[in-house]
Design a protein around this ligand. Structure first.
Ligand code: BGC
Length: 248
């Protein structure tokens, strides 16, 4: 199985592409459908099926989903409709699209892609990938092995609120603070994570990682900090890689 459809469910768009798993890159164009609001299971299943149909695809599909995902079931819903909690993502999306779906947390998917084909390739120590977008997603690897569903964007930071409410892109846009202030907050977060996990490498992904050069000098944990290399395609590529692995 060298080509698999990967679909990344985000807060604003559901994006899919055929993935060439031999080289870790997209095999052709991405197709994007706006995330329905509210993104209830039925509404999202429609958007998902539209993407499968666009590619006229029949095989196994990998899906990166912005929640805790355990045995195919969503167990949280920070930036997606609450009806997902307790819903089996694989069954709901599989039924409407007529495919076999294998679901994984979106940050874990991005992490798998970066470890295999991107900034984490060949890294054998402790690597923590952080996706910076509407929320903060995390993926933790030790000797290349994923510890799934780490959810370190939900560390309680201040006033009983999770850290993603202070230094995600979503928080910066909603609260309208400067990028300089964002970098200050994010650096404090990296230092905190370092105290807890002593990583060798932080990989920063998600939309904000495109701006890496403009804020990298403001980040000074001991560990190395690198931008994700697969940019916005990491979630799609990692979801496809996960599906291929699970389907055997
Ligand atoms: C969710 C995570 C997700 C991250 C990025 C967080 O709010 O809890 O599951 O990985 O956003 O989408």
């Amino acid at each position: 199985m060298n080509t698999i459809l990967g679909i990344d469910v985000g807060a604003s768009g559901v994006k899919g592409a055929l993935v060439d798993l031999k080289h870790g890159r997209l095999n052709g164009e991405r197709f994007r459908v706006p995330t329905p609001h509210p993104a209830t299971p039925a509404a999202l299943a429609g958007a998902f099926a539209e993407i499968v149909e666009f590619f006229d695809y029949k095989g196994v599909v990998g899906c990166g989903f912005p929640a805790i995902v355990k045995n195919g079931e969503a167990q949280s819903a920070a930036n997606i409709d609450k009806h997902w909690i307790g819903t089996n993502i694989e069954l709901v999306l599989g039924k409407t699209s007529g495919t076999q779906v294998l679901a994984i947390n979106d940050a874990d998917a991005a992490g798998i892609a970066e470890m295999r084909f991107g900034a984490g390739k060949g890294e054998n120590g402790l690597v923590l990938l952080i996706t910076i977008g509407t929320g903060l997603g995390t993926a933790l690897f030790y000797k290349g092995m994923l510890v799934p569903n780490t959810e370190l964007g939900h560390l309680i930071w201040k006033k009983n609120k999770p850290v993603e409410a202070y230094c995600s892109s979503g928080a910066r846009e909603r609260q309208k603070f400067s990028r300089k202030e964002w970098a200050r907050r994010f650096n404090a977060y990296l230092h905190h994570l370092e105290r807890l996990f002593s990583p060798d490498l932080f990989i920063l992904g998600g939309g904000e990682s495109k701006m890496f050069d403009s804020f990298k000098d403001r980040l000074d944990p001991r560990a190395r900090v690198m931008p994700a290399q697969l940019l916005n395609n990491a979630g799609i590529i990692g979801a496809a890689a996960y599906a291929a692995e699970q389907a055997g």
